[in-house]
Design a protein around this ligand. Structure first.
Ligand SMILES: Cc1cc2nc3c(=O)[nH]c(=O)nc-3n(C[C@H](O)[C@H](O)[C@H](O)COP(=O)(O)OP(=O)(O)OC[C@H]3O[C@@H](n4cnc5c(N)ncnc54)[C@H](O)[C@@H]3O)c2cc1C
Length: 547
């Protein structure tokens, strides 16, 4: 006899065994528009792999079982090891196997950074913690390439797609991962306040060995095979390559103090370390540590924007899936006009982030050969990072609420996305620091703004609200008084206008119209779900549904 009072009714199925690429029209379109159409087959395979129930379960397990620090063995010898759940290693094997740590360097071709960016956006939706070591490795390559000796030993291991999580000298490993250590207790944004010191063993100079003493307050992935570390040397703040193991086969004196107890980003290990006569090799010129490591930061900032784009898409896809299945008051939630307004508003935000993030990734592909793209990249990397990372947390919270009580229960994916989402805005340059960096780029050269406006021009004449926003921006830049005070406003206007231009040119009429009406025309409230009358919310929601 069945007892219907105990039947589980009206609960949506889990969103799994789906393809994160082919169900994301905005991502597919942006990939094609930005020069990586050739990667579609590969991205389709990766999208399917990520959406597989088994991969999703591995991601969940990696988050539910955070890494543990193993400082000593049972006899008291230092180990400085981090123990991970097997699910972490399987997710790492997946992301490294896909080449997200190195493919654009190892196999350069037009669109390589865009193809990687699309895969990165998808990966963020399933297991964002593994993106920390992946991103830092990707970002480290331009700096390491400049040192012939380091490049010979390390690049083949960095380019390898064979993940090797063992704790051994790099020569004995099938692959290597890199991290960075800048932030100290007294200052992260202001790295010039670093107190860690480096003394040359001999005469000193590029490629030479130094002895390092001091600490880092944030030092993610202490298990990585080497870190780029900032320290004060006789000629100023400099960047050092600090391997975990020394060339003579002994352990370098990088002592882990403890792992951070983080709000989210649970699967990833972030630590505090001390250097006790650790050995490091100077990368670049002495006293030029900031420019050396900032080059790495340019790539990691791109990844922050991509990561938040992915987390946002992940939350919006879950929300859309939920409302398409869940019924309340005799109708599916997606058919309740107020809910359609909410999910459509979220879908617009997600598509605008995707269009903007991949446009930026295109500049990374072209910067070397095209000065306009190089100028665009310099100005817009901090601006895009600021804007996408700033917008995404509110949207993820709204997507959580769409799920009702289920959204707030940590068994589902929303909890992980919610706890992860503030992080991209904080690390690699927090919001204010990004906006001030945009001003710095503007002040250094007018080329950035010219490159930025060049992207708006083709969209002119299609939408009155967009045209007005472009004109408004020009007056904003005509008056530079109190520009530091106004930095967030200026960057916000720049980014929202660029998003409008991209959507007007390339998205569906419904999405472009709703974006221009709300974000540019001001016909909008202060929360999501306040799109004005006349917007085709159902068409927007249907376009973004992960089916
Ligand atoms: C999980 C996690 C992992 C991390 N991993 C690493 C790592 O591996 N390596 C590493 O080097 N760092 C790492 N960090 C550190 C991170 O990059 C820093 O926390 C960040 O750069 C901010 O530095 P801070 O914490 O010292 O804050 P502060 O520099 O003190 O900044 C505090 C606030 O002041 C604002 N601010 C700063 N200057 C100005 C100004 N001139 N005008 C207006 N506002 C300003 C900032 O925007 C920020 O909001 C990690 C952080 C986290 C949370």
């Amino acid at each position: 006899m069945t007892d219907t009072v105990f039947d589980v009714l009206n609960q949506p199925p889990a969103l799994e065994d789906y393809n994160l690429f082919t169900t994301d029209h905005a991502l597919m379109q942006a990939t094609e528009l930005n020069g990586a159409d050739w990667a579609k087959d590969r991205l389709t395979v990766y999208g399917s792999r990520l959406g597989d129930a088994e991969t999703i379960e591995q991601g969940r397990l990696a988050h539910k079982n955070p890494p543990q620090l193993k400082l000593f063995d049972r006899f008291g010898h230092r180990l400085d090891e981090v123990e991970f759940h097997p699910a972490w290693h399987s997710i790492m094997a997946l992301i490294i196997g896909e080449g997200l740590h190195s493919a654009p360097w190892a196999e350069p071709k037009p669109g390589a950074h865009v193809a990687r960016a699309a895969a990165y956006i998808m990966h963020a939706q399933i297991e964002p913690g593994s993106q920390c070591p992946t991103t830092m490795t990707y970002g480290s390559v331009p700096a390491i390439r400049k040192d012939k000796h380091l490049a010979e030993t390390w690049l083949p291991k960095i380019y390898s797609r064979q993940y090797d999580g063992s704790n051994r000298p790099v020569t004995q490993k099938t692959g290597a991962l890199i991290g960075m250590g800048m932030t100290e207790k007294q200052g992260g944004s202001d790295v010039r306040s670093n107190t860690t010191v480096a003394k040359p063993v001999g005469a000193g100079g590029p490629g030479e060995e130094y002895i390092i003493n001091g600490h880092k307050w944030f030092f993610s992935c202490p298990q990585n095979d080497a870190h780029l570390v900032l320290a004060q040397s006789p000629h100023g703040l400099s960047c050092f390559f600090v391997p975990r193991w020394l060339p003579d086969g002994t352990k370098n004196a990088v002592q882990v103090q403890r792992l951070k107890d983080k709000v989210g980003n649970k699967s990833n290990a972030s630590s505090e370390v001390e250097f006790h006569n650790a050995h490091g090799w100077l990368l670049g010129e002495e006293g030029r540590g900031v420019p050396t490591i900032i080059e790495m930061g340019t790539y990691t900032r791109l990844d922050c924007a991509l990561g938040s784009t992915g987390l946002l898409r992940g939350a919006v896809a879950q929300a859309l899936h939920h409302v398409a299945h869940r019924r309340a008051f005799q109708r599916h939630l997606i058919d309740q006009p107020l809910m359609t307004n909410v999910v459509a508003d979220l879908a617009i935000e997600s598509e605008a982030a995707t269009a903007l993030a991949l446009r930026l990734a295109r500049a990374f592909d072209r910067a070397e050969d095209d000065p306009v793209e190089a100028a665009f990249r310099r100005l817009c990397t901090p601006a895009v990072k600021y804007w996408i990372c700033k917008r995404a947390p509110n949207a993820v919270v709204e997507a959580m609420e769409v799920h009702g009580g289920n959204g707030y229960v940590d068994e589902g994916p929303l909890g992980m996305l919610y706890k992860e989402i503030p992080l991209n805005s904080i690390w690699e340059g927090s919001g204010n620091v990004m906006c001030l960096d945009v001003l710095r780029a503007m002040q250094k050269s007018p080329d950035g703004l010219e490159a930025y406006f060049a992207d708006l021009i083709p969209a002119r004449g299609n939408d009155k609200r967009l045209d007005a926003a472009i004109n408004d921006l020009k007056t904003e830049f005509a008056d530079l008084s109190e520009i530091e005070h106004r930095a967030r406003r200026v960057v916000e206007k720049m980014m929202v206008t660029l998003q409008g231009a991209l959507l007007v040119r390339h998205s569906s009429a419904a999405v472009a119209d709703a974006f221009c009406a709300s974000r540019l025309g001001g016909d909008w409230g202060h929360a999501f779900g306040t799109l004005p009358k006349g917007v085709d919310t159902r068409a927007i929601a249907d376009r973004a549904l992960p089916v």
